[in-house]
Write a protein that binds this ligand. Structure first.
Ligand code: TPP
Length: 252
């Protein structure tokens, strides 16, 4: 199989991800989606914040990238889109970056339904800084800052952005390649705020601290796997069984 998506990789850049990191797989899915949509990468802008997830576009993708302050990728992307509406504008960043330090920007950009795509490389912790707890960490999970287990309920990010006003949201594991590529394509094609929650294993931090072996163990609280297109807000975190659903969440 010719891997034509590889032409979008920046020449000479060694991918900066740990062995087993899902961010590397997400990079491939993102480039595959762009390739299959036949988008002109010179008419695209990739914006990221700080963290391992921020390295997915910058330095890996050979296109215009903005590598911003921690938590501030979305306002930079919105600014670029407002002055240049023809630019296909994507934010690619970590769950801590987007939902913790950047949480207000996330919900208000969704509320205003700006025409950007936000892809969250969600590894359930602050990976780059040593594996601290964040707002997506499951209850009971061990992190560097919760050695006896996290006691707080995590965000269901799809429900969060949909409740705030996002037009499209989807969640898939990076191991669900065709589904995740399809969701990224739909997100880019969406007019309005589109969000993709890409669950991405972090063996070095989250996996090691929780003695997890493999993607299945890391994401055992994720329900497999019905596409729930049109599912109402609350189909994820508010479910009585406490499981996160994968699928697409949109009215369209
Ligand atoms: C204002 C500010 N606060 C804290 C930091 C330290 N910091 C850098 S990356 C990061 C966490 C990134 O986590 P996430 O966004 O989940 O990405 P990951 O590394 O897990 O892919 C933190 C807390 C910073 N750079 N700037």
């Amino acid at each position: 199989m010719t891997e034509t998506w590889r032409r979008f990789l920046r020449p000479g850049v060694a991918l900066p991800f740990c062995p087993g990191c899902g961010h590397r797989i997400l990079l491939r899915h993102l480039l595959t989606a762009i390739d299959e949509m036949r988008l002109d990468i010179d008419r695209m802008l990739f914006v990221s914040g700080i963290g391992c997830g921020g390295w997915i576009p910058s330095p890996c993708i050979n296109a215009d990238t903005l590598h911003c302050l921690h938590g501030r990728a979305i306002p930079f992307a919105v600014g670029a889109k407002l002055v240049n509406p023809g630019l296909t504008t994507l934010v690619v960043s970590g769950d801590g970056d987007l939902a913790d330090i950047g949480g207000n920007h996330l919900i208000h950009a969704a509320r205003r339904d700006y025409d950007i795509t936000v892809i969250c490389a969600n590894n359930l912790n602050y990976g780059m800084t040593g594996g601290q707890v964040c707002s997506t960490t499951p209850v009971g999970a061990i992190t560097y800052t919760t050695p006896r287990g996290n006691t707080y309920r995590p965000f269901d990010l799809c429900s969060l952005v949909r409740a705030a006003g996002a037009t499209f949201a989807a969640r898939y594991l990076v191991t669900q390649g065709p589904e995740l590529v399809g969701a990224i394509k739909k997100a880019i094609a969406t007019t309005g705020f589109a969000f993709v929650d890409a669950l991405s294993p972090c063996p070095t931090q989250f996996g090691r601290q929780n003695r997890l072996d493999g993607v299945k163990a890391a994401y055992s609280y994720v329900e497999s796997l019905t596409i729930s297109r049109g599912a109402p807000v609350g189909a994820g975190d508010d479910r009585e069984d406490g499981l996160l659903a994968t699928g697409e969440f949109t009215d369209e």
